[in-house]
Structure formats: C-alpha cells, structure tokens
Design a binder for this molecule. Structure first.
Ligand code: UD1
Length: 429
C-alpha cells in the first residue's frame, strides 16, 4: 500500500487549481440512469471514487466514454465523461459493488423511477459512524414505492410508477434529498420536499436535472417543489468546484503560512468556513480567479466551531480545522453535530504532539507551540487529509499510511502541494 511522506516546515506559496466536487460528481453520474440519452459531465475529478462508481454504473448498463486530453489540460484538470444508459440491463446493485462506496446506494432512486423496481444492497458500516438509509427509503415510500428488506438488500417496487407526494425530512440529509429529487423528477404529479438539504451539491444536481428536462423549483432552499415529467433527455453539465478541497487547502496555507491562490474556487460555497479562518487571523480575499489565502507571520487564534448542514460549517472540514487549531493560541472547542463518531483523527493528531481532549460530541483542542513528525494513519478521507495538514507544519518527517483514502477524494494532492513548495512524496508500497 502506498504511503505519503511529508517533510514539514515549508511555507506554501503559489497557486492550486481546485477540482470539480466529488460530492457533486457522484450524484450527477448517477443521474445518467434517468435517461436513455447521453449525459455529458465536464470537470469530473480523477478520483478512485469516480472510477468505482463508473464500474457500478456499467453493471447497470451505462456506457461511458472519456474525452481525450486537450491542449492545455493536465492531470490536474478535470475530465469530461459521457454517460449513456440506453437500456438498464440490471436493476440490482450487488453487495460487492455497493459496499465499496456508500453513495452508490443512491442508484436505487433513478432505477426505481425508470424501471419500476430496484434491488440495492444496503451499505455497510462506515468509519465515521452509523450512516443509516431509513430516510432515503422513507422518501421512496412516500412516492408510492413498496420497500422490503431481504438478505441485506433493499428491494423497492412501484409497478404502476411513482406518484408525487409531500416528503418531510425530520433531519437534513444530503443523501435523502438527492434520492428524493432523482425519484420525484419522473413521478406523476407534484412532489414537495420539506427540510431539504441546501448543500451546493444538491443545487448542482437540480441544475443538471433541469437541463435534462426536469421541472424543479426551490433547490438551494429547504423547500423543493418538483413537477414530474414523463421522460428526461441528455444534457451537458460542468461539475461545480469542490468546496471541501478548497477549504482543505485554505487550512493548509493557514497552517504553514504563505500566500496561495485557490484557482477556480468560489467563496459562496464555503463562506462559513472562510469566516472562521478570518476569525483565526488568516487573510482571505475573493478574486475573479478564485480565493486568495494568506498568512504572513500573524499568529493563529483559537476559534470555536460547530458543524452544521449547509450553510453552516461543513462536517467534511471538521478534521482539517482541528489540525489547524492544534497550533492556535488558546483552546478551541469543536463540536461535531452530524456524525457521532467522526473524531478518529484525534488519536493520530496526538501522535504528532497535539493536545486534544474529547468530551462527548466536543473536542477541546489546546494549541501547542510545535508538532513533531511521526508515522500516522487514518480511517477516512477527511481524517487522512487532516494528517497531511498537520504534517506540513510538523517538524521532521510524517508518513501517512493508507493513502487510498486520500485517492478517493483529493485529485493530484501531492502535485498540487508540491507546486506550492511543500515537500511531499508518494512512496509506493
Ligand atoms: C453527509 C454530510 C455531507 C457530507 C457527507 C460526506 C451533512 C448534512 N451531510 O452527507 O455534507 O459531504 O456526509 O461526509 O452535513 N441520516 C439518517 N437517516 C438517513 C440518512 C441520514 O438518520 O436515512 C442521518 C445521518 O446519520 C447523519 C445526518 O442524517 O447524522 C446527515 O446525513 P446525510 O446528509 O444523509 O449524509 P450524507 O449524504 O452522507
């Protein structure tokens, strides 16, 4: 297994191109199942999660072609993928495939909407806590589907098609909102989704579905109204920039000091996280080219943070922010409200010298003067990258094991950091 070795202590200076958002690309790819025409997606990041989902989709009969590289494109520029589900050849998503990636469970909605039945393996456990799918299934039931759970599979049937209805989510769920949207676009009549997730990835999916011919109002607010249509067609859509990658590199620059332009990044996608960085003493400015992040000698101040659904502080930046706070002046309290077990990075950050005390859903991070390098490993994607951020500022060498987590979600991580002066190398294992 590959490892990443970081020699800490270098400032970051230069520019980092921001990739297309993984968490938008995955539901957009799944939306290709809704039509027999071609859905062309541009700015799709080169990530192992994207390849894994491609394999899952091809099992259902989706043809994929990837546009060749054009002049000026590099491994850091997103790819253009054309997906065509002329026929759905298999309505079953088996355990072997779904267990590798949670988001693939969402195929249940478009397959059910188009074929009247779908059988999808329930996703397995996940390192960041229990991640149930009861609300996703509730949404499908509201639209008239009959659901059975049998031998580890969710079997959904709607032989006479789905019917528009009111879906009220008792808590904000991104996966639930994606599922409800993809099912409702082909249902007969009107669906109202209350307490919908307002995440930019939901808005991006709705924008793409609209280009495909869907009738959707209110995406980006907590009340989405969908008027079902009989069929959807092909479309061309560019994936929005990755707000989590943006925030991650912003925190890396905040950690090491330096001056970096995050090219193509959009401040409106992560304003709450940028506001927190400003409070911590980091200079952040939005330009036509992207977001510029600077810290030149000013100390880092401790800031308290609580994760929340969008537009709040994202759970996907909690680990990275905790890494940053390990070197702040004072004690920062970080509360995780979305996932109950998303503190796996704490023990590993402690190996680098961080002082963190856990109390229920809250981490108290007492800033220390210095971190020192060590071998570490992490059990999920965002936790892994928090160790990269800490390693960039630690004295000496930090080796991060289980790099496959990083490859799931960060396109060309070493190349992007290296071009800004970091000493990062991949050791093949
Ligand atoms: C969540 C995050 C998303 C992040 C992603 C990957 C939120 C609101 N969602 O999305 O920003 O990118 O993880 O880390 O921040 N839940 C249920 N039953 C369900 C579905 C969800 O109880 O059927 C609960 C979850 O356990 C969790 C909360 O609802 O506590 C939000 O989950 P959800 O938004 O669905 O998770 P993801 O779609 O994975």
């Amino acid at each position: 297994m590959d490892k990443i070795r970081i020699t800490g202590g270098q400032r970051l200076d230069g520019a980092i191109p921001i990739s297309g958002a993984k968490n938008a690309a995955l539901p957009l790819m799944i939306a290709s199942l809704l039509t027999d025409e071609t859905l062309t997606l541009a700015n799709v990041p080169r990530l192992s999660d994207v390849s894994a989902l491609s394999r899952i989709l091809s099992n259902h009969g989706v043809d994929r072609s990837i546009a060749g590289k054009r002049i000026g494109q590099s491994a850091e520029t997103g790819q253009t993928i054309a997906l065509t589900a002329r026929q759905i050849v298999d309505t079953c998503a088996p355990y072997e495939l779904v267990s590798t990636m949670r988001a693939s469970f969402w195929v249940i909605a478009p397959i059910l909407a188009r074929m009247g039945e779908a059988k999808v393996s329930l996703p397995g456990g996940c390192a960041i806590g229990t991640r149930p799918v009861d609300l996703l299934l509730m949404a499908l039931e509201r639209l008239g589907a009959e659901i059975e759970i049998e031998n580890g599979y969710a079997i959904a049937r709607a032989p006479r098609g789905l019917k528009g209805a009111e879906i009220v989510f008792p808590k904000v769920t991104v996966g639930g909102t994606h599922t409800a949207l993809m099912a409702a676009v082909l249902a007969q009549g009107t669906t109202v989704i209350e307490n919908a997730a307002r995440e930019p990835e939901v808005t991006d999916l709705a924008a793409c579905l609209t280009k495909m011919g869907a009738k959707i109002e209110g995406a980006g607010t907590s009340r989405i109204v969908v008027t079902g249509v009989a069929r959807l067609g092909g479309a061309h859509h560019a994936v929005l920039p990755d707000r989590i990658e943006t925030g991650t590199y912003a925190m890396a620059v905040a950690m090491t000091g330096g001056d970096v332009l995050l090219e193509g990044a959009r401040a409106d996608l992560l304003q709450s996280a940028l506001d927190v960085l400003v409070k911590a003493g980091v200079e952040v400015s939005s330009t036509k080219e992207g977001i510029r992040v600077r810290r030149n000698g000013q100390p880092l101040e401790a800031v308290d943070v609580e994760t929340d659904p969008f537009p709040g502080f994202p759970t996907d930046l909690q680990a990275q922010f905790m890494a940053l706070m390990t070197k702040a002046r004072g004690t920062s309290r970080i509360r995780e409200t979305i996932f109950e077990n998303r503190f796996m990075h704490v023990q590993e950050l402690a190996r680098l010298g961080a002082k963190i005390r856990l109390e229920g859903d809250c981490a108290h991070v007492e800033g220390v003067a210095k971190l020192t390098g060590a071998p570490v490993m992490a059990t999920d994607l965002r936790a892994s990258v928090s160790l990269v951020i800490a390693g960039l500022a630690a004295e000496g060498e930090t080796t991060i094991n289980r790099v496959y987590h990083l490859d799931r979600g960060f396109e060309a991580l070493e190349a992007k950091l290296t071009r800004c002066g970091a000493l990062v190398e991949r050791l093949s294992g």
